[in-house]
Design a protein around this ligand. Structure first.
Ligand code: SAM
Length: 296
């Protein structure tokens, strides 16, 4: 008896698309991954074992879901496209540890789902080949909490991956780099060619791993305020930090004095551009302004 090929093999993916008369919906970021090495590479990067519960975003026709189901305790996958539900029912019928939820991931109540579907204290990992049109909102919503994921391993367009891991001073360094690197250790274990997908997207991709720090040297007084502060500092990245800080806090003479005092305390030149500050500089500056009383 011959074994059924993996869902993510090019021939099986094409056969599934033909059988269900599916054409990939561009508006939903549907690019189906058809490279087994990459699919297994994603699961390896997430270090999935039977001790893990997994949340997948956008299972598509089930190619990554299948590889996850083979190794994880349970997989809950959020798929927005209703037309894919009967397909997933069929392709994943032999895996009894998979649950598909037909919902927009950005509207999902994850704590409620976790209690209902996982109901144990196994680590929870997020693994996905993301719909690229909403990469950043998804990453930010996962990082905002309240769920503390033990690992997030997601495929995204290479350009966004470059921003996530950019270091101080380079063009790709942005508020997203600072916020993500403050919260997580970021690595890029694998680059993926656009040719590994049906249909091919216009850009190459990268797998990004976000893992929690065991220890952080500097801790912001409040993560949410810190994120807002960093976004404000980068709002006009061609302008100086001094100008951006006035947009954040205000321009009254008293506020300007407080802004100056914070910069002086940190020995930061008001004329620098925001991209010259390290993640740790931003944390210390936010904490300084909190002590001064202008950042709540
Ligand atoms: N996991 C499959 C794979 O690797 O071949 C498909 C990945 S495809 C890049 C992205 C998937 O996300 C599509 O199935 C798409 O329908 C789904 N999707 C798009 N927007 C979504 C949303 N807001 N919430 C949940 N799923 C979404």
């Amino acid at each position: 008896m011959t074994e059924t090929p993996a869902i993510g093999s090019p021939a099986r993916t094409q056969a599934i698309l033909n059988r269900y008369h599916l054409s990939a919906k561009k508006s939903l970021g549907q690019n189906f991954l058809t490279d087994l090495n990459t699919l297994v590479g994603i699961v390896d990067a997430a270090e999935i074992t039977t001790n893990d519960n997994v949340i997948e975003i956008g299972p598509g026709i089930g190619s990554l879901t299948e590889q996850l189901a083979k190794r994880a305790n349970k997989v809950v996958a959020y798929e927005l496209d209703q037309n894919l539900l009967p397909v997933l029912d069929d392709t994943l019928h032999q895996y009894d540890n998979v649950k598909i939820i037909n919902q927009d991931i950005l509207k999902a109540n994850l704590p409620e789902m976790i209690e209902k579907e996982f109901g144990d204290d196994k680590p929870i990992k997020v693994v996905a080949n993301l719909p690229y049109y909403i990469t950043t909102p998804i990453i930010l919503s996962l990082l905002k909490g309240p769920v503390d994921f033990s690992k997030i391993v997601v495929m995204m367009q290479k350009e966004v991956a470059d921003r996530l891991c950019a270091k101080t001073g380079v063009k790709a360094y942005s508020s997203l780099s600072v916020i993500v690197q403050y919260l997580h250790r970021v690595t890029v274990p694998m680059l993926v060619s656009r040719k590994s997908f049906i249909p091919s997207p216009n850009v190459d991709s990268a797998i990004v791993t976000l893992s929690s720090y065991d220890h952080r040297d500097v801790v912001a007084f409040n993560d949410k305020s810190f994120m807002g502060f960093v976004r404000g500092c980068f709002a006009h990245r061609r302008k100086t930090l001094w100008n951006n800080l006035q947009s954040v806090f205000g321009k009254s003479p008293e506020t300007k004095e407080q802004i100056k005092a914070g910069l002086a305390q940190m020995e930061i030149d008001p004329g620098v551009r925001p991209e010259r500050l390290t993640v740790s500089d931003f944390v210390k500056l936010a904490n300084t302004y909190h002590q001064i009383g202008i950042l709540k």
